[in-house]
Write a protein that binds this ligand. Structure first.
Ligand code: RRO
Length: 300
């Protein structure tokens, strides 16, 4: 099931959602065997989002298991651009699949510096612009507004020759409008959905459980929302869509592809099963093979 994503050849359509699988920690836990192409669970690897300056992230607790999913309040902890380029990028480049680096700027100028620096690196196949993180103190989500999203993409478009993937938020009033604005501004692909804002209370104290007070809801609970948004965005744009939101089986992945996505991404399910990407890719290939067999039988 090889796939062309913005001119990058992938062996299959299953990616990870940014920030949901730490490939460097997984390599420490499972050893170099993880780098064998057949063992690595994804067909391309998307990094955790990086920012210009290092960040500690939000205070703990950072996760809450919610019905059919979870709420995260991670808050973008990362080494910053320089630390990422120096320490993480060389090791991520050893993964057996193309690398997508996710970046987020608190201003268009910050985003421009990130895109320029990451875009110069040969190890990087694509850049994801995260305009949809729900867990920043300002509460401002660039991707909620089509004009803001377009302005961000326009600012950085000429700074890197690499494909630009724009990660959309499900909390926009018109996600397809934001997707169309990103496409018109020069985006090469769209990824959706990021998480939906949610909250959980500590049953003991009645106060917010998460250190960041609120967080992003993900997992099967959001899957119908994600599927609808992937269908409506895909119908509106000509560029490829990477669909995600609660995908936990090959059948779920198949649904997102049927709704118009070129690729899918697995996120929350990898917390439960670190090998979920590989399992889902296998289940998907069985479903697709059976479909092909069925249509060939029908044609015969
Ligand atoms: O780090 C986070 O808290 C986070 C990010 Br950057 C994001 O894009 N989506 C999310 O649910 N959490």
């Amino acid at each position: 099931m090889s796939v062309d994503l913005c001119g990058v050849a992938l062996r299959g359509p299953v990616l990870n959602g940014s920030g949901t699988f730490d490939a460097l920690a997984a390599r420490r836990a499972f050893g170099d065997a993880l780098l064998e192409p057949d063992a690595f669970p994804f067909d391309a690897f998307v990094s955790k989002t990086i920012t210009l300056e290092p960040r500690q992230g939000n205070p703990p607790p950072r996760l809450w298991e919610s019905p059919a999913g979870m709420i995260n309040s991670i808050g973008l902890p990362n080494k910053g651009l320089d630390g990422f380029l120096r320490e993480d990028l060389p090791r991520l480049a050893e993964l057996p699949v193309p690398l997508v680096v996710s970046v987020m700027g608190f201003s268009r100028e910050e985003l421009a510096r990130l895109v320029r620096a990451v875009g110069e690196r040969d190890e990087v196949a694509m850049i994801e612009l995260n305009v949809s993180c729900p867990n920043v103190e300002t509460g401002l989500v660039m991707g909620a507004d089509p004009a803001e999203t377009a302005a961000a993409v326009e600012r950085v478009r000429s700074l890197a020759a690499k494909p630009l993937v724009v990660k959309l938020t499900p909390t926009a009033s018109d996600p397809a409008g934001v997707g169309a604005a990103a496409e018109a501004a020069g985006a090469d692909a769209l990824a959706l959905i990021n998480t939906l804002k949610g909250m959980a209370l500590d049953p003991g104290s009645g106060r917010p459980w998460l250190g960041g007070r609120s967080g992003g809801v993900s997992g099967p609970a959001v899957r119908p929302i994600a599927l609808e948004q992937v269908a409506s965005v895909s119908a509106r744009v000509g560029i490829p869509v990477i669909g995600m939101g609660g995908i936990a089986s090959g059948r779920d992945a198949h649904d997102f592809l049927a709704a118009g996505a070129r690729c899918v991404a697995v996120g929350t399910e990898s917390f439960r099963d670190p090998d979920a990407g590989r399992r889902i890719a296998h289940e998907l290939s069985v479903i697709s093979r059976d479909e092909r067999g069925f249509s060939l039988a029908g044609a015969g």
